[in-house]
Design a protein around this ligand. Structure first.
Ligand code: SAM
Length: 273
């Protein structure tokens, strides 16, 4: 293996000034990056999908851990730096230029189980997260998701009922998966530093409750939390059969969405079929 130049030098040499439009905040601290790459467990010989490698800090950590990395990056300025990284780890890194929101990840990974690791702008990260958690087929092809989010978003993912952070993201992340806040990351760890703190969330698939359509659950949670201050009888008005389902389940329609447990939402979706 060739010795790699420091990341800051790579960035200067390739003129990779961070683009605000692409939500670029880079991580350079190798120890911190190794700790993030360790969250999914032993990656030696395993397939990893990294989204948004940028200049490749996290990619380096994943390669050091022995992973076989497929990386999707939309900023073509980063490609030469990533190509150098691929040369240092022959056969371990494949880089795809493109928008991760438009690529079929299962196909890209050729049907093989894979772990996802990513440090993404939060809007792209949330959109991908919801996509990975969706779909009727379960367990999914991914074995774990290790994702950097704004701390506030990470807290919404792991939130419990009755809290202001609890909402659609918590239900979608918890109804058939296990979601943990694995590590908080100080804003000063990034270049340039973002305005807010960040955190890494780690999600693994669990058992899917029988007879529940993911699509129905998504629809119900969207309606219920779309008007979270309203009573369920108001917020679920537009979902056919929902008010009857509440009655059948003995759930008081005067309650508000944030008081229902994840299991309550699952029962509601099951009742709706
Ligand atoms: N992983 C690097 C790190 O930790 O230092 C870079 C992180 S930076 C926050 C996010 C990266 O995601 C940028 O390189 C950006 O170009 C890339 N990106 C943004 N939107 C993307 C998308 N839709 N598909 C693929 N990459 C994207």
């Amino acid at each position: 293996m060739k010795t790699l130049p420091p990341l800051r030098e790579v960035i200067a040499r390739h003129g990779l000034s961070a683009s605000r439009a692409l939500g670029q905040n880079f991580l350079f601290d190798a120890q911190l990056l190794d700790r993030i790459a360790a969250i999914p467990g032993d990656l030696h010989g395993k397939a990893v999908l990294e989204v948004g490698p940028g200049p490749g800090g996290l990619t380096r950590a994943l390669l050091r851990a022995g992973a076989r990395v497929t990386a999707i990056e939309m900023d073509r300025r980063c490609l030469p730096a990533l190509a150098e990284l691929g040369e240092a780890y022959p056969g371990q890194l494949q880089v795809i230029e493109g928008d991760a929101l438009k690529i079929d990840h299962g196909e890209l990974m050729q049907g093989e189980p894979f772990s996802v690791v990513a440090n993404l702008p939060y809007n792209v990260g949330t959109a991908l997260f919801v996509k990975w958690l969706g779909g009727e087929a379960w367990p999914p092809q991914w074995q774990s998701l290790t994702l950097m989010f704004q701390l506030e978003v990470a807290q919404r993912i792991v939130a419990t009922p009755g809290t202001s952070a609890y909402g659609r993201l918590a239900v979608l992340a918890q109804w058939r998966s296990d979601a943990k806040l694995a590590m908080k990351v100080h804003r000063s760890a990034f270049t340039p530093p973002p305005k807010v703190m960040s955190a890494v969330v780690h999600v693994t698939p669990g058992l899917a409750p029988k007879g529940v359509s993911a699509r129905t659950l998504e629809r119900v949670t969207e309606a219920a939390f779309g008007q979270r201050r309203k009573m369920l009888r108001q917020s679920l008005k537009g979902v056919p059969g929902a008010l009857n389902a509440l009655e059948n389940l003995g759930i008081d329609p005067q309650r508000r969405a944030e008081t229902l447990s994840v299991e309550d939402f699952v029962s509601l979706a099951a009742e709706l079929g």
